[in-house]
Design a protein around this ligand. Structure first.
Ligand SMILES: [Zn+2]
Length: 274
């Protein structure tokens, strides 16, 4: 008995020593892929819907619908899920499930689905990923799980999480998704109460800041523009200030999900940024 215990203790000691002497763990293999998650329509005037101070004159812009896949070692985070395949006019031409299949991935390979906010153009295909843990701002989840969700809260595709069949982690603040600081969901409220943006630190490309709808297009970002339909003006401006400081401090590539001009900041699907 004593002998066994001594041997066990010696074994544990050797393991601890090996742990101390082991070289630093290699950085995980990471990549960032953009998906087209809706069909862009003709350019539309952005005043006054996207500026509560009528800032943009006759400016017309084309909006795109972007989702992203982040690979971290053997684990995957899907960021936003775009329009549903049944949405009139703007439905994606190819579903997320079929886009993932082109990368030889199945829905069950997605460990996390991160949702920037509860609008229909970001949540439409979330129901394709019931095995994924849902990462979403607490205030967004409160709105989705409310007994009587407000207009514009696209709660229906979350049925599996609402029933408790799937896992949800409502986020009170930021979330370091993989625990090593490489992928961080950022609290950027204002567009909606619990809005989130995403920071991805890639080994080669460096930091990439994916805005969600904290900002809708480049002119919004440059001039602190606030859409007239946002939930809270002051929060929108505070979140925008935060994003700009992060971008400056990390020299990040800023990608505005709805801005057609930002699509080319990442390689075209199926290629990815490393
Ligand atoms: Zn949107």
């Amino acid at each position: 008995m004593n002998r066994t215990r001594t041997l066990l203790a010696a074994g544990a000691g050797a393991l601890a020593l090996a742990g101390l002497m082991a070289p630093a763990q290699a950085a995980p293999d990471m990549s960032l892929t953009r998906f087209e998650c809706g069909t862009p329509q003709a350019p539309v005037p952005v005043n006054p819907r996207f500026s509560d101070i009528f800032a943009y004159g006759d400016l017309k812009l084309q909006f795109v619908y972007s989702c992203y896949l982040i690979k971290h070692g053997d684990e995957y985070l899907l960021w936003d899920t775009g329009h549903a395949m049944t949405t009139p006019n703007v439905a994606p031409k190819v579903s997320l499930v079929d886009l993932l299949a082109k990368l030889e991935l199945k829905p069950d390979d997605i460990k996390y689905v991160g949702i920037s906010h509860y609008h229909g153009d970001h949540t439409g295909q979330v129901n394709s990923f019931p095995k994924a843990t849902l990462l979403i701002g607490q205030r967004e989840w409160d709105a989705i799980s409310s007994p009587k969700p407000a207009e514009g809260v696209n709660f229906k595709p979350f049925e599996s999480w609402l029933k408790g069949d799937s896992k949800v982690e409502p986020l009170p603040n930021d979330k370091d998704v993989f625990g090593d600081g490489s992928v961080i969901i950022l609290a950027t409220p204002g567009h909606t109460p619990g809005h989130r943006s995403l920071l991805v630190k890639l080994p080669q490309k460096g930091a990439v800041l994916i805005t969600g709808d904290a900002v809708h297009f480049r002119e919004n970002y440059d001039t602190d523009g606030v859409p007239s339909f946002n939930y809270d003006r002051a929060q929108t401006l505070a979140s925008l200030a935060r994003l700009k400081k992060i971008a400056a401090n990390l020299n990040a590539t800023v990608i505005i999900q709805h801005d057609a001009r930002d699509v080319e900041k990442l390689p075209a699907f199926p290629a990815s940024a490393k």
